[in-house]
Design a protein around this ligand. Sequence first.
Ligand SMILES: NC(=O)c1ccc[n+]([C@@H]2O[C@H](COP(=O)([O-])OP(=O)(O)OC[C@H]3O[C@@H](n4cnc5c(N)ncnc54)[C@H](OP(=O)(O)O)[C@@H]3O)[C@@H](O)[C@H]2O)c1
Length: 340
Amino acid sequence: MIKASVIGGTGYMGFELLRILSRHPKVELCEVTSRSSAGKKIAQVYPALGRIIDKEYVPEIAHPEESDVVFVAAPHGSSMEIVPSLLSAGCRVIDLSGDYRLGNAMEYERWYGKRHTDPANLSKAVYGLTELNRNEIKHAQLVANPGCYPTGALLALIPLAWSNAISGDVIIDSKSGTSGAGATPGEFTHHPAVAANVMPYKVGTHRHLPEIENVLRQISSKVGEVSFTPHLVPIVRGIQTSCYVRISPDADFEGIMKHYHVFAENNKFVRLVDGVPRLPSVIGSNYCDVALMRVSRSLVSAFSAIDNLCKGGSGQAVQNMNVMFGLDESTGLESPGLGV
Ligand SMILES: NC(=O)c1ccc[n+]([C@@H]2O[C@H](COP(=O)([O-])OP(=O)(O)OC[C@H]3O[C@@H](n4cnc5c(N)ncnc54)[C@H](OP(=O)(O)O)[C@@H]3O)[C@@H](O)[C@H]2O)c1
Protein backbone atom coordinates (compact mmCIF):
# COMPACT_ATOMS: atom_id res chain seq x y z
CA MET A 1 0.00 0.00 0.00
CA ILE A 2 1.11 3.58 -0.67
CA LYS A 3 1.11 5.67 2.49
CA ALA A 4 -0.24 9.13 1.56
CA SER A 5 -0.65 12.33 3.57
CA VAL A 6 -2.43 15.55 2.68
CA ILE A 7 -1.49 19.09 3.68
CA GLY A 8 -4.44 21.49 3.44
CA GLY A 9 -7.19 18.92 4.07
CA THR A 10 -9.94 21.50 4.75
CA GLY A 11 -9.56 23.22 1.37
CA TYR A 12 -11.48 22.28 -1.75
CA MET A 13 -8.45 20.52 -3.24
CA GLY A 14 -7.89 18.75 0.07
CA PHE A 15 -11.51 17.57 0.17
CA GLU A 16 -11.34 16.28 -3.41
CA LEU A 17 -8.09 14.44 -2.63
CA LEU A 18 -9.70 12.80 0.41
CA ARG A 19 -12.79 11.88 -1.63
CA ILE A 20 -10.63 10.15 -4.24
CA LEU A 21 -8.00 8.64 -1.93
CA SER A 22 -10.67 7.16 0.39
CA ARG A 23 -11.73 4.86 -2.48
CA HIS A 24 -8.27 4.22 -3.88
CA PRO A 25 -7.50 0.49 -3.52
CA LYS A 26 -3.74 0.96 -3.12
CA VAL A 27 -3.63 3.92 -0.72
CA GLU A 28 -3.53 4.06 3.04
CA LEU A 29 -4.28 7.57 4.32
CA CYS A 30 -1.77 8.76 6.95
CA GLU A 31 -1.84 12.34 8.20
CA VAL A 32 -4.22 15.09 7.03
CA THR A 33 -3.44 18.64 8.13
CA SER A 34 -5.39 21.76 8.89
CA ARG A 35 -4.13 24.40 11.26
CA SER A 36 -7.59 25.91 11.80
CA SER A 37 -9.44 22.59 12.26
CA ALA A 38 -6.76 20.56 14.06
CA GLY A 39 -8.36 18.07 16.43
CA LYS A 40 -11.67 18.05 14.53
CA LYS A 41 -12.91 14.95 12.72
CA ILE A 42 -12.62 15.30 8.95
CA ALA A 43 -16.30 14.36 8.63
CA GLN A 44 -17.25 17.29 10.89
CA VAL A 45 -15.83 19.67 8.27
CA TYR A 46 -16.94 17.59 5.26
CA PRO A 47 -20.01 15.51 6.20
CA ALA A 48 -19.77 13.93 2.71
CA LEU A 49 -16.89 11.89 4.16
CA GLY A 50 -18.91 10.64 7.17
CA ARG A 51 -18.61 6.84 7.65
CA ILE A 52 -15.92 6.91 4.97
CA ILE A 53 -12.95 8.57 6.71
CA ASP A 54 -12.69 8.30 10.50
CA LYS A 55 -9.69 10.54 11.14
CA GLU A 56 -8.91 13.85 12.76
CA TYR A 57 -7.01 16.76 11.27
CA VAL A 58 -3.53 17.34 12.68
CA PRO A 59 -1.90 20.80 12.70
CA GLU A 60 1.12 19.64 10.70
CA ILE A 61 2.73 16.46 9.42
CA ALA A 62 4.41 14.99 12.50
CA HIS A 63 6.02 11.94 10.85
CA PRO A 64 6.90 12.76 7.23
CA GLU A 65 9.26 9.79 7.08
CA GLU A 66 6.22 7.49 7.44
CA SER A 67 4.56 8.79 4.25
CA ASP A 68 5.57 7.60 0.78
CA VAL A 69 3.88 10.59 -0.81
CA VAL A 70 2.59 13.91 0.48
CA PHE A 71 0.05 15.99 -1.43
CA VAL A 72 0.56 19.67 -0.65
CA ALA A 73 -2.76 21.46 -1.23
CA ALA A 74 -1.83 24.76 0.41
CA PRO A 75 -1.83 28.26 -1.13
CA HIS A 76 1.08 29.33 -3.30
CA GLY A 77 3.79 30.98 -1.25
CA SER A 78 3.27 28.55 1.64
CA SER A 79 4.01 25.41 -0.37
CA MET A 80 7.61 26.41 -1.00
CA GLU A 81 8.07 26.82 2.78
CA ILE A 82 6.75 23.29 3.41
CA VAL A 83 8.11 21.22 0.51
CA PRO A 84 11.90 21.27 1.26
CA SER A 85 11.55 19.49 4.61
CA LEU A 86 9.26 16.85 3.10
CA LEU A 87 11.79 16.14 0.37
CA SER A 88 14.60 15.98 2.95
CA ALA A 89 12.57 13.43 4.90
CA GLY A 90 12.54 11.25 1.77
CA CYS A 91 8.89 11.73 0.78
CA ARG A 92 7.79 12.09 -2.78
CA VAL A 93 5.78 15.28 -3.08
CA ILE A 94 2.95 16.38 -5.36
CA ASP A 95 2.46 20.11 -4.96
CA LEU A 96 -0.88 21.45 -6.15
CA SER A 97 0.06 25.13 -5.83
CA GLY A 98 1.80 27.29 -8.42
CA ASP A 99 5.08 27.38 -6.48
CA TYR A 100 7.00 24.86 -8.60
CA ARG A 101 5.29 25.19 -12.00
CA LEU A 102 7.35 27.91 -13.66
CA GLY A 103 10.82 27.29 -15.01
CA ASN A 104 12.87 29.60 -12.83
CA ALA A 105 12.83 31.94 -9.85
CA MET A 106 12.83 35.10 -11.97
CA GLU A 107 9.73 34.07 -13.87
CA TYR A 108 8.10 33.08 -10.56
CA GLU A 109 8.84 36.48 -9.03
CA ARG A 110 7.45 38.26 -12.09
CA TRP A 111 4.11 36.45 -12.03
CA TYR A 112 3.65 35.71 -8.33
CA GLY A 113 5.08 38.99 -7.03
CA LYS A 114 7.37 37.38 -4.47
CA ARG A 115 10.85 35.91 -4.25
CA HIS A 116 11.08 32.13 -4.62
CA THR A 117 12.54 30.71 -1.42
CA ASP A 118 13.37 27.23 -2.81
CA PRO A 119 14.96 27.77 -6.24
CA ALA A 120 17.02 24.56 -6.01
CA ASN A 121 13.92 22.35 -5.93
CA LEU A 122 12.10 24.61 -8.41
CA SER A 123 14.60 23.60 -11.07
CA LYS A 124 14.20 19.89 -10.23
CA ALA A 125 10.40 19.80 -10.22
CA VAL A 126 8.62 17.98 -13.04
CA TYR A 127 5.58 19.73 -14.54
CA GLY A 128 2.80 17.27 -13.87
CA LEU A 129 0.59 17.39 -16.93
CA THR A 130 0.42 13.60 -17.01
CA GLU A 131 -0.42 13.31 -20.70
CA LEU A 132 2.71 15.28 -21.60
CA ASN A 133 5.36 14.28 -19.07
CA ARG A 134 4.47 10.74 -17.98
CA ASN A 135 8.04 9.42 -18.35
CA GLU A 136 9.59 12.18 -16.22
CA ILE A 137 6.79 11.99 -13.63
CA LYS A 138 7.54 8.28 -13.12
CA HIS A 139 10.91 9.06 -11.54
CA ALA A 140 10.22 12.49 -10.03
CA GLN A 141 10.60 13.22 -6.35
CA LEU A 142 8.72 16.51 -6.76
CA VAL A 143 5.81 16.97 -9.15
CA ALA A 144 4.37 20.43 -9.79
CA ASN A 145 0.74 19.65 -10.49
CA PRO A 146 -0.59 21.97 -13.25
CA GLY A 147 -3.07 24.76 -12.72
CA CYS A 148 -6.72 24.06 -13.48
CA TYR A 149 -6.98 26.45 -16.44
CA PRO A 150 -3.70 25.25 -18.05
CA THR A 151 -4.90 21.64 -17.80
CA GLY A 152 -8.04 22.40 -19.80
CA ALA A 153 -6.36 24.73 -22.29
CA LEU A 154 -3.32 22.54 -22.92
CA LEU A 155 -5.25 19.30 -23.39
CA ALA A 156 -7.35 21.14 -26.02
CA LEU A 157 -4.31 22.61 -27.77
CA ILE A 158 -1.43 20.12 -27.52
CA PRO A 159 -2.44 17.97 -30.52
CA LEU A 160 -2.86 21.15 -32.60
CA ALA A 161 0.61 22.32 -31.56
CA TRP A 162 2.01 18.87 -32.37
CA SER A 163 0.47 19.03 -35.84
CA ASN A 164 2.61 22.13 -36.45
CA ALA A 165 -0.39 23.82 -38.09
CA ILE A 166 -0.56 26.82 -35.72
CA SER A 167 0.59 29.90 -37.58
CA GLY A 168 -0.25 32.84 -35.35
CA ASP A 169 -1.93 33.99 -32.18
CA VAL A 170 -3.75 31.70 -29.78
CA ILE A 171 -6.73 33.18 -27.93
CA ILE A 172 -7.93 31.23 -24.92
CA ASP A 173 -11.27 31.98 -23.30
CA SER A 174 -12.11 29.97 -20.16
CA LYS A 175 -15.21 29.92 -17.96
CA SER A 176 -14.77 28.57 -14.47
CA GLY A 177 -16.97 27.69 -11.53
CA THR A 178 -16.28 29.50 -8.27
CA SER A 179 -14.69 26.53 -6.46
CA GLY A 180 -11.58 27.47 -8.45
CA ALA A 181 -11.05 30.30 -5.97
CA GLY A 182 -10.84 27.98 -2.96
CA ALA A 183 -12.88 27.72 0.22
CA THR A 184 -12.29 31.19 1.63
CA PRO A 185 -15.16 33.51 0.67
CA GLY A 186 -14.18 36.57 -1.35
CA GLU A 187 -15.71 39.71 -2.83
CA PHE A 188 -15.80 38.31 -6.38
CA THR A 189 -17.08 34.87 -5.41
CA HIS A 190 -19.85 36.20 -3.15
CA HIS A 191 -23.18 34.74 -4.35
CA PRO A 192 -24.78 38.05 -5.49
CA ALA A 193 -21.62 38.92 -7.43
CA VAL A 194 -21.62 35.71 -9.48
CA ALA A 195 -25.15 34.32 -9.42
CA ALA A 196 -26.43 36.29 -12.42
CA ASN A 197 -23.13 37.21 -14.00
CA VAL A 198 -20.34 36.13 -16.34
CA MET A 199 -17.27 37.99 -15.19
CA PRO A 200 -13.92 38.26 -16.97
CA TYR A 201 -11.06 38.81 -14.54
CA LYS A 202 -7.25 39.16 -14.46
CA VAL A 203 -7.31 39.82 -18.21
CA GLY A 204 -3.79 39.28 -19.58
CA THR A 205 -2.34 39.05 -16.07
CA HIS A 206 -3.50 35.66 -14.76
CA ARG A 207 -0.68 33.50 -13.35
CA HIS A 208 -1.76 30.55 -15.45
CA LEU A 209 -0.84 32.36 -18.68
CA PRO A 210 2.94 31.70 -18.49
CA GLU A 211 2.26 28.02 -17.68
CA ILE A 212 0.21 27.66 -20.86
CA GLU A 213 2.65 29.67 -22.97
CA ASN A 214 5.72 27.75 -21.76
CA VAL A 215 4.27 24.40 -22.80
CA LEU A 216 2.92 25.57 -26.17
CA ARG A 217 6.22 27.22 -27.10
CA GLN A 218 8.19 24.10 -26.15
CA ILE A 219 6.10 22.15 -28.65
CA SER A 220 5.83 24.60 -31.54
CA SER A 221 7.91 27.61 -32.54
CA LYS A 222 5.03 28.83 -34.71
CA VAL A 223 2.84 29.82 -31.76
CA GLY A 224 2.34 33.60 -31.90
CA GLU A 225 1.05 35.67 -28.99
CA VAL A 226 -1.04 33.86 -26.43
CA SER A 227 -4.00 35.65 -24.88
CA PHE A 228 -5.82 34.11 -21.92
CA THR A 229 -9.03 35.49 -20.41
CA PRO A 230 -10.59 33.62 -17.49
CA HIS A 231 -14.22 34.22 -16.52
CA LEU A 232 -16.20 33.34 -13.41
CA VAL A 233 -19.60 31.83 -14.13
CA PRO A 234 -22.39 30.90 -11.72
CA ILE A 235 -21.56 27.21 -11.29
CA VAL A 236 -19.53 25.53 -8.54
CA ARG A 237 -17.35 23.02 -10.40
CA GLY A 238 -16.07 22.94 -13.96
CA ILE A 239 -14.05 24.79 -16.56
CA GLN A 240 -15.19 25.16 -20.14
CA THR A 241 -12.43 26.41 -22.42
CA SER A 242 -12.74 27.72 -25.96
CA CYS A 243 -9.52 28.43 -27.89
CA TYR A 244 -9.45 30.39 -31.15
CA VAL A 245 -6.36 29.65 -33.20
CA ARG A 246 -4.99 30.81 -36.53
CA ILE A 247 -3.67 27.99 -38.70
CA SER A 248 -1.97 28.09 -42.08
CA PRO A 249 -4.68 28.33 -44.79
CA ASP A 250 -3.23 25.29 -46.56
CA ALA A 251 -3.22 23.17 -43.39
CA ASP A 252 -4.64 19.68 -43.83
CA PHE A 253 -7.55 19.52 -41.33
CA GLU A 254 -7.80 15.72 -41.59
CA GLY A 255 -4.10 15.53 -40.73
CA ILE A 256 -4.65 17.75 -37.68
CA MET A 257 -7.59 15.60 -36.55
CA LYS A 258 -5.35 12.52 -36.70
CA HIS A 259 -3.21 14.09 -33.95
CA TYR A 260 -6.35 14.51 -31.82
CA HIS A 261 -7.38 10.89 -32.41
CA VAL A 262 -3.92 9.58 -31.49
CA PHE A 263 -3.79 11.82 -28.40
CA ALA A 264 -7.15 10.51 -27.20
CA GLU A 265 -6.25 6.90 -28.00
CA ASN A 266 -3.04 7.13 -25.99
CA ASN A 267 -4.54 8.93 -23.01
CA LYS A 268 -7.37 7.31 -21.11
CA PHE A 269 -8.63 10.56 -19.58
CA VAL A 270 -8.76 12.55 -22.83
CA ARG A 271 -11.95 11.90 -24.79
CA LEU A 272 -12.46 13.34 -28.25
CA VAL A 273 -16.16 14.12 -28.55
CA ASP A 274 -18.51 14.89 -31.41
CA GLY A 275 -19.91 18.41 -31.16
CA VAL A 276 -18.81 20.46 -28.16
CA PRO A 277 -17.73 19.09 -24.78
CA ARG A 278 -20.36 19.29 -22.03
CA LEU A 279 -19.47 20.07 -18.44
CA PRO A 280 -21.99 17.60 -16.93
CA SER A 281 -20.14 14.75 -18.70
CA VAL A 282 -16.93 15.44 -16.81
CA ILE A 283 -18.02 16.87 -13.43
CA GLY A 284 -17.06 14.46 -10.65
CA SER A 285 -14.64 12.64 -12.95
CA ASN A 286 -11.03 12.83 -14.08
CA TYR A 287 -11.96 13.07 -17.76
CA CYS A 288 -11.18 15.95 -20.07
CA ASP A 289 -13.50 16.10 -23.07
CA VAL A 290 -12.01 17.77 -26.13
CA ALA A 291 -13.23 18.84 -29.59
CA LEU A 292 -11.76 20.65 -32.58
CA MET A 293 -13.70 22.49 -35.30
CA ARG A 294 -12.59 24.30 -38.41
CA VAL A 295 -14.44 27.61 -38.58
CA SER A 296 -12.78 29.00 -41.73
CA ARG A 297 -9.81 28.21 -43.95
CA SER A 298 -7.37 29.68 -41.47
CA LEU A 299 -9.18 29.53 -38.12
CA VAL A 300 -9.96 26.62 -35.83
CA SER A 301 -11.69 26.46 -32.47
CA ALA A 302 -10.50 23.94 -29.88
CA PHE A 303 -12.70 23.17 -26.88
CA SER A 304 -12.34 21.34 -23.60
CA ALA A 305 -14.34 20.64 -20.47
CA ILE A 306 -12.90 19.50 -17.14
CA ASP A 307 -13.83 19.37 -13.48
CA ASN A 308 -11.41 21.92 -12.03
CA LEU A 309 -11.28 20.11 -8.69
CA CYS A 310 -10.64 16.69 -10.26
CA LYS A 311 -8.70 16.62 -13.57
CA GLY A 312 -7.88 20.30 -12.94
CA GLY A 313 -6.27 19.50 -9.59
CA SER A 314 -6.74 16.57 -7.22
CA GLY A 315 -7.67 13.91 -9.78
CA GLN A 316 -4.64 14.72 -11.87
CA ALA A 317 -2.51 14.68 -8.68
CA VAL A 318 -3.70 11.12 -7.96
CA GLN A 319 -3.12 10.21 -11.62
CA ASN A 320 0.46 11.44 -11.15
CA MET A 321 0.81 9.45 -7.93
CA ASN A 322 -0.30 6.33 -9.82
CA VAL A 323 2.38 6.96 -12.45
CA MET A 324 5.05 7.62 -9.78
CA PHE A 325 4.30 4.35 -7.99
CA GLY A 326 3.99 2.18 -11.09
CA LEU A 327 0.22 1.65 -10.88
CA ASP A 328 -2.23 1.73 -13.73
CA GLU A 329 -2.78 5.46 -14.27
CA SER A 330 -6.53 5.22 -13.76
CA THR A 331 -6.48 3.34 -10.43
CA GLY A 332 -9.03 4.94 -8.11
CA LEU A 333 -10.07 7.40 -10.81
CA GLU A 334 -12.58 5.44 -12.81
CA SER A 335 -15.78 7.22 -11.74
CA PRO A 336 -17.75 8.54 -14.70
CA GLY A 337 -18.95 12.14 -14.74
CA LEU A 338 -22.34 12.93 -13.22
CA GLY A 339 -23.82 13.23 -16.72
CA VAL A 340 -26.70 15.53 -15.88
N1 LIG B 1 -9.57 25.22 -6.33
C1 LIG B 1 -9.11 24.78 -7.51
O1 LIG B 1 -9.87 24.58 -8.46
C2 LIG B 1 -7.63 24.51 -7.69
C3 LIG B 1 -7.23 23.78 -8.82
C4 LIG B 1 -5.87 23.48 -9.00
C5 LIG B 1 -4.95 23.92 -8.06
N2 LIG B 1 -5.36 24.64 -6.97
C6 LIG B 1 -4.33 25.06 -6.00
O2 LIG B 1 -4.37 24.13 -4.92
C7 LIG B 1 -4.06 24.80 -3.69
C8 LIG B 1 -5.24 24.63 -2.73
O3 LIG B 1 -6.37 25.19 -3.33
P1 LIG B 1 -7.81 25.19 -2.64
O4 LIG B 1 -8.75 25.67 -3.66
O5 LIG B 1 -8.06 23.89 -1.98
O6 LIG B 1 -7.58 26.33 -1.52
P2 LIG B 1 -8.38 26.52 -0.16
O7 LIG B 1 -9.76 25.97 -0.31
O8 LIG B 1 -8.21 27.94 0.21
O9 LIG B 1 -7.61 25.60 0.89
C9 LIG B 1 -6.31 25.86 1.34
C10 LIG B 1 -5.91 24.81 2.38
O10 LIG B 1 -4.55 25.05 2.76
C11 LIG B 1 -4.46 25.17 4.19
N3 LIG B 1 -3.42 26.18 4.43
C12 LIG B 1 -3.51 27.53 4.25
N4 LIG B 1 -2.32 28.12 4.52
C13 LIG B 1 -1.47 27.13 4.89
C14 LIG B 1 -0.10 27.10 5.30
N5 LIG B 1 0.63 28.22 5.39
N6 LIG B 1 0.45 25.91 5.62
C15 LIG B 1 -0.28 24.77 5.54
N7 LIG B 1 -1.58 24.72 5.14
C16 LIG B 1 -2.17 25.88 4.82
C17 LIG B 1 -5.84 25.57 4.65
O11 LIG B 1 -6.15 25.06 5.94
P3 LIG B 1 -5.64 25.70 7.31
O12 LIG B 1 -5.51 27.18 7.10
O13 LIG B 1 -6.67 25.30 8.30
O14 LIG B 1 -4.31 25.03 7.59
C18 LIG B 1 -6.74 24.84 3.65
O15 LIG B 1 -6.97 23.51 4.07
C19 LIG B 1 -3.81 26.28 -4.06
O16 LIG B 1 -2.45 26.50 -4.19
C20 LIG B 1 -4.54 26.43 -5.39
O17 LIG B 1 -4.00 27.45 -6.19
C21 LIG B 1 -6.69 24.93 -6.76
